[in-house]
Design a protein around this ligand. Structure first.
Ligand SMILES: NC(=O)c1ccc[n+]([C@@H]2O[C@H](COP(=O)([O-])OP(=O)(O)OC[C@H]3O[C@@H](n4cnc5c(N)ncnc54)[C@H](O)[C@@H]3O)[C@@H](O)[C@H]2O)c1
Ligand SMILES: O=C(O)[C@H](O)CO
Length: 316
């Protein structure tokens, strides 16, 4: 079996792949080009792609005689793959759910605390030499204990965030999910995104990306939010209309934002980087050695299952 891996991965994952398959590892960190994706589909039995490798329908159509039967995506989010088109061309697609949950929830907490407590702003002030010492009214932020967190998308990551907020920080949890959910903690499901936005001190986005959720968070959401509230996005950039977010920040409709993902990633608008009231992380959600190794191992579990004719552990 010939396996193509689209980026360098943690050593234990590459060792496992190289030991078991005729493996080619693409040794650069940028997304695959269109030509590379097409050549990969023509030459390899299995491709292990990741975020940024944009498998649109025309890639499968233009590849012609496709040898690949499995796209074992490294990552839970697969909005960069047109799964219907892949399946129509005879490919199966897998992802890495669960492996990413805790780390991504931790990143949401990092963004919540950094934004509420103005940590980035304080660190920038200190590093610039502008700090003149403690005083009682310096850099006063929002106390998160006892506040209301609103979660949009109460799936694996949404629930992990809710648990951290409720059990760790004594926050009340309200949420919106497109289907009914009974999470394992005290939390109230509300009827619409606006209902959640209206009562939340901190609004966290945790739905999948893709056409169905593009600009799910838009002007109507910001209109519903309170002026002291914060928006946190650890899901996908295009879920939030970035222009509407910038407008809401500039007009004082909301008090700040904590973002791990961007609508036109890796481009981040100057209107955001210029602001002190936003925390901006470079898509760090799962960026720990342990978790990136676990993600790779789960992707390899899927590769092994396919290669041995077994049921795929985590099909999309
Ligand atoms: N920042 C990062 O590095 C990072 C890391 C991991 C995952 N993610 C993103 O987080 C997403 C969520 O991951 P997960 O494992 O929790 O997925 P999940 O499928 O367990 O949860 C998603 C939830 O959103 C709900 N949902 C879907 N569409 C909706 C809609 N239109 N309105 C309301 N609810 C809707 C689903 O019912 C589900 O409960 C991933 O798809 C990925 O894009 C980002
Ligand atoms: O979807 C995911 O898993 C992340 O965005 C990449 O780690």
């Amino acid at each position: 079996m010939k396996l193509f891996i689209s980026r360098p991965l943690p050593d234990p994952v590459l060792t496992r792949a190289l030991d078991a398959y005729d493996t080619t590892v693409r040794d650069i960190t940028t997304p695959m080009t269109r030509d590379e994706m097409i050549a990969g589909l023509q030459d390899y039995d299995i491709v292990l792609p990741t975020l940024g490798d944009l498998y649109t329908a025309d890639i499968f159509a233009d590849a012609g005689n496709i040898r690949t039967r499995l796209l074992a995506n490294f990552g839970v989010g697969y909005n960069h793959i047109d799964v219907d088109a892949a399946k129509a061309h005879g490919l199966q697609v897998t992802n890495t759910p669960g492996a990413v949950t805790d780390a991504t929830a931790d990143t949401a907490m990092t963004l919540i605390l950094m934004t509420a407590r103005r940590a980035g702003e304080g660190e920038r002030m200190l590093r610039s030499g502008a700090w003149e010492g403690w005083h009682p009214t310096q850099l006063l932020g929002m106390h998160v204990s006892g506040k209301t967190v609103g979660i949009i998308g109460m799936g694996r990551i949404g629930q992990a965030i809710a648990k951290r907020c409720h059990f760790g920080f004594g926050m009340n949890v309200v949420f919106y999910n497109r289907s009914p959910k009974t999470p394992d903690l005290p939390a109230q499901q509300l009827a619409s995104i606006e209902d959640v936005a209206h009562v939340a001190d901190i609004l966290v986005i945790a739905v999948p990306g893709g056409a169905d959720t593009r600009h799910l968070i838009d002007k109507s959401t910001f209109d519903a939010m309170q002026p002291h509230a914060l928006l946190i996005n650890i899901a996908r950039g295009e879920i939030v209309n970035e222009a509407a977010l910038i407008d809401a920040l500039e007009t004082g409709q909301i008090a700040g934002a904590g973002l791990d993902v961007y609508e036109f990633e890796p481009k981040v608008p100057k209107a955001l980087t210029d602001r002190e009231d936003v925390t901006l992380l470079p898509h760090l959600g799962t960026a720990t050695l342990e978790v990136r190794t676990d993600m790779g191992m789960l992707a390899m579990d899927n590769v092994d299952a396919y290669a041995n004719g077994k049921t795929l552990p985590t099909p999309v």
